[in-house]
Design a protein around this ligand. Structure first.
Ligand SMILES: [Fe+2]
Length: 215
């Protein structure tokens, strides 16, 4: 009898919550396709826990609060990134950036891309090794917080773009393929001020199959 009563209360409460949130887009924290310690020693469990569980969760919570009552209330993430500015853009951009970032790694990553992406990299940069060098230089040379991206245009032509803060090539009409986060929260616990060393290590965990699919 008591169980039945409690179930009834729970059902009514859940129903009220569901009704209250109806028609409001709720962004959620992206699920990691690996365990939090799987990318060690390139990225420590502690860094993943803070970066994904705290920093990214905060961007998600902020965006869900900020869009309430605005024209972005039911928009998808890409639309918000393309059309917003200020705090909404900053939080939406960071969610999009981190969703791409966390899902492009694998404990079985590393090596080189293959197929069409490999050919496009060779065409644009001469070799994969040259591309890596240019990408690392762009990331290491970015002043302050931001991202370095490999992106493609509508014809499949590749470019490396440096973006400050929450920037994403999507806002320039490009498609982001691979992004390295150069905010200090991405590497400071493991590498302190050695950003260039961190970027060099990241190649060991890039899942090129995922990046190839984006191309
Ligand atoms: Fe980050």
């Amino acid at each position: 009898m008591i169980t039945l009563f409690l179930s009834l209360i729970l059902f009514v409460t859940n129903n009220q919550t569901a009704e209250k949130n109806e028609n409001v887009t709720k962004f959620e924290l992206v699920k990691l396709p690996y365990s939090t310690d799987a990318l060690e020693p390139v990225i420590s469990k502690q860094t993943i826990e803070f970066h994904h569980g705290k920093h990214l969760q905060t961007y998600v919570n902020n965006l869900n609060n900020l869009i309430q009552g605005t024209k972005f209330e039911n928009a998808n993430l890409e639309t918000i990134v393309k059309e917003s500015d200020g705090a909404i853009f900053n939080n939406a951009g960071q969610i999009l950036n981190h969703n791409l970032y966390f899902t492009q790694f694998s404990p079985n990553g590393g090596g080189k891309p293959s197929g069409k992406l490999a050919a496009a990299i060779d065409a644009a940069y001469g070799s994969f090794e040259n591309f890596q060098k240019e990408f690392e230089t762009a990331g290491a040379g970015l002043f302050g917080s931001g991202w370095v991206w490999l992106a493609k245009d509508k014809d499949g032509k590749l470019s490396i773009t440096k973006e400050a803060n929450a920037g994403n090539p999507l806002a320039k009409g490009l498609t982001p393929l691979l992004g390295f986060d150069v905010w200090e929260h991405a590497y400071y616990l493991d590498y302190q001020n050695r950003r260039a060393d961190h970027l060099k290590e990241l190649w060991k965990i890039v899942d090129w199959k995922v990046v190839e699919k984006r191309y």
